[in-house]
Design a protein around this ligand. Structure first.
Ligand code: ZN
Length: 306
């Protein structure tokens, strides 16, 4: 009996030691804003603005498909521990909103697309917004403004720091925008038709005057039918679509088959809804530069060899 109560007291003492006040270093670390982002592109943009003042947990990682993501219990715990949740919005990540509801997290949910002018498309008789707004650099400028605002609201003491980070990043965006324009503007009208796996590049097409078609719609949830694939192959043959691209988040086999049957070349890999896990496309700016360069090169070459 005595031995047991000693053990209990020892245990209690250990717990007390664990609960001792944090050291100064640990306190600084603890004051970082806990932010959860839904997918890798938002994760990168948020880290660029938040720097060392935030503690970031990103849910859907590099090369992963956020449309069909299945949240894990760890994701639920991350939402519960968060001060701030940053989502894309425009219907991109319905699972996140379900998870916010089921966990009853008290964290604020902010949409990075707030203020973006959406592209509306008709899908199954319904008008739906295209969620892939990050594929336009002008929208990325809106994303970082919203992220900066959200972080500053969550941690007003760091607002000046976040504003500086935003300014520096905006300059890099502007540089990339100038490069992207000069790459694309050299393409002839006949070189501006592109096929990708799913409809992820509407905003990029709108920004630079490229026409994107895809066998799959805005989401990757439903597979294209045989008729849809056959119609696309006919379109490639008849309208002289220059190049066909695979996406990092999709199985490349269907696109390879479409290219072969349509007599088009596979122009390379485009990063649609996720960053690369390594290499130059593992940041938003690197990803965008890669996409523009890959598109421009393939479209020029495809037209040169009819
Ligand atoms: Zn997508």
């Amino acid at each position: 009996m005595k031995l047991r109560s000693f053990a209990i007291r020892l245990f209690a003492a250990c717990m007390l030691a664990l609960a001792l006040p944090l050291t100064a270093d640990e306190r600084v670390k603890d004051e970082r804003v806990k932010v959860v982002t839904s997918f890798s592109i938002l994760g990168d943009l948020t880290q660029e603005i938040g720097g060392d003042r935030i503690q970031l947990t990103n849910l859907v990682g590099a090369d992963e498909d956020a449309h069909v993501y299945q949240p894990t219990p760890d994701d639920g715990r991350a939402l519960l521990a968060a001060d701030l949740i940053i989502a894309n919005g425009l219907g991109f990540e319905p699972w996140l909103y379900r998870l916010v509801e089921s966990t009853e997290t008290s964290a604020q949910v902010v949409e990075a697309t707030r203020g973006v002018l959406p592209i509306w498309l008709e899908e199954d008789g319904e008008k739906v917004p295209d969620p892939h707004a990050w594929q336009n650099l002008a929208n990325a400028r809106i994303y970082i403004a919203n992220i900066t605002q959200a972080l500053s609201n969550a941690a007003p003491a760091h607002a000046a720091y976040f504003a500086e980070q935003e300014q520096a990043y905006a300059e890099r965006l502007a540089e990339l925008l100038a490069d992207a324009r000069s790459e694309i503007e050299r393409l002839e009208p006949s070189q501006r038709n592109v096929v990708t796996s799913h409809d992820a590049f509407g905003y990029l097409g709108q920004a630079y005057g490229l026409n994107f078609v895809a066998p799959q719609g805005l989401s990757t949830e439903t597979e294209p039918s045989a008729q849809e694939v056959a119609a696309l192959i006919r379109q490639i043959r008849e309208s002289g679509i220059g190049a066909v691209f695979v996406e990092n988040i999709r199985d490349p086999r269907l696109i390879r088959q479409i290219a072969e049957e349509g007599g088009a070349v596979v122009g390379g890999t485009l990063y649609s809804d996720a960053l690369a896990s390594e290499g130059p496309a593992s940041s938003y700016l690197g990803m965008y530069r890669h996409n523009i360069t890959t598109l421009a090169e393939a479209l020029r070459t495809a037209a040169a060899t009819p």
